[in-house]
Design a protein around this ligand. Structure first.
Ligand code: AMP
Length: 341
């Protein structure tokens, strides 16, 4: 296939940039990575970036806009991009952006996100507005960049009152029913060109210290200082998973329904990569506690494709490469406007 060499693929150097840039190169694009000083090494060492633009801080990202426009770059967003930039700044970007900016608001606000997912027929953990209403164990999650640090479990109001005192400066948090089960994060890609929602793979997160607490007995936990055994959910990596095959029809339908409802919420709806963050219970319940409306780091183990993309494509197809493939097809069909919203 002939690629329009005029377009380049750009992203911020973090999160899933290696995969995004490698996928873009595999599809024949030139690539650009924008990094803060000192973070260049991986993009040099792994040979994925044709050009590295260094800035002092992501607060300065707008200062490279003219350069990116001159390069004819298309920005691929990922979680770090969205958290460094925030939604207001992203909405004002002049450089073409892969994805639908209007959907960002729906994934960033837990209350409206809940409306979306429930309309799509997904089962969600209950949300509590008032700690006095806690009648089942809850996980208390703080907003912001802490990445799961300080989250705590509370079994009732009294327990909540005691534990929240340890976080006097944390104003914003949600209280969600704690679901005991295993993680199953499902990755999808919705193509506006074919209308299909493809299941790309699954992962679970590796979180410190909660993933190590089970390695010591309850007796030993009791012997340790409290702050050492209080769980935290700081993500340090991702582990690939293959799901029991009989669950696949449910997962495929969940992805399709989320896309279908998104089109009722915002013009153009959700497209490109997204992830449903699920917990599966022993009675085969699938609870979705979050949606990420863009590429997730859980796709990073699959730089060379997942078992599912291998079944479908018969060639290595990471999510990063799938994005580039979609852009390439859209250029060829003169439909790029369908992808840059
Ligand atoms: P989040 O910040 O929502 O991505 O949550 C971070 C981590 O907290 C997850 O990866 C889970 O380990 C855990 N977690 C979040 N919500 C729940 C829940 N409702 N029930 C059980 N564990 C949860």
């Amino acid at each position: 296939m002939v690629v329009d060499k005029a377009y380049k693929i750009a992203t911020i150097g973090s999160h899933s940039a290696l995969q995004i840039l490698k996928g873009a190169k595999d599809e024949g694009f030139s690539t650009i990575v924008v990094v803060t000083k000192g973070r260049e090494k991986p993009y040099q060492q792994f040979r994925v970036a044709d050009k590295i633009i260094t800035i002092d801080s992501y607060d300065d990202f707008e200062s490279v806009q003219d350069e990116l426009l001159k390069e004819n770059a298309i920005i691929i967003p990922h979680a770090s991009f969205i958290s460094y930039m925030d939604i207001d700044r992203i909405e004002k970007l002049r450089v073409p952006y892969f994805g639908n900016k209007k959907i960002l608001k729906w994934e960033s606000d837990r209350v409206i996100e809940k409306t979306w997912l429930e309309k799509a027929g997904l089962k969600l953990p209950r949300l509590f507005n008032d700690p006095k209403d806690i009648d089942t164990p809850v996980i208390v999650k703080f907003h912001g960049a802490g990445g799961g640090k300080g989250y705590f479990l509370a079994k009732n109001y009294k327990d909540f009152k005691k534990k929240i005192k340890l976080h006097p400066n944390s104003k914003k948090y949600v209280m969600q029913e704690y679901i005991l089960g295993v993680h199953m994060y499902a990755h999808y890609f919705h193509s506006p060109l074919t209308g299909e929602t493809e299941l790309m793979g699954f992962d679970k997160r590796y979180e410190s210290n909660v993933d190590s607490l089970g390695r010591i007995s309850a007796r030993d936990q009791m012997a340790l200082p409290k702050e050492k055994v209080d769980p935290s959910y700081v993500i340090v990596g991702n582990i690939p998973i293959v799901v029991r095959e009989s669950f696949l029809p449910r997962f495929i339908k969940m992805g399709e329904e989320v896309v279908r409802i998104s089109k009722e919420l915002v013009p153009g709806g959700l497209f490109g990569p997204f992830c449903l963050e699920n917990i599966m219970t022993p009675d085969e319940g699938i609870y979705t506690f979050e949606i990420s409306a863009r590429i997730v780091a859980g796709t990073n183990p699959y730089v060379n494709g997942s078992p599912y993309t291998w079944l479908r494509y018969d060639e290595p197809m990471s999510t990063g490469r799938r994005i580039a493939r979609e852009i390439k097809l859209a250029i060829q069909q003169n439909k790029l406007n369908k992808l840059l919203m």
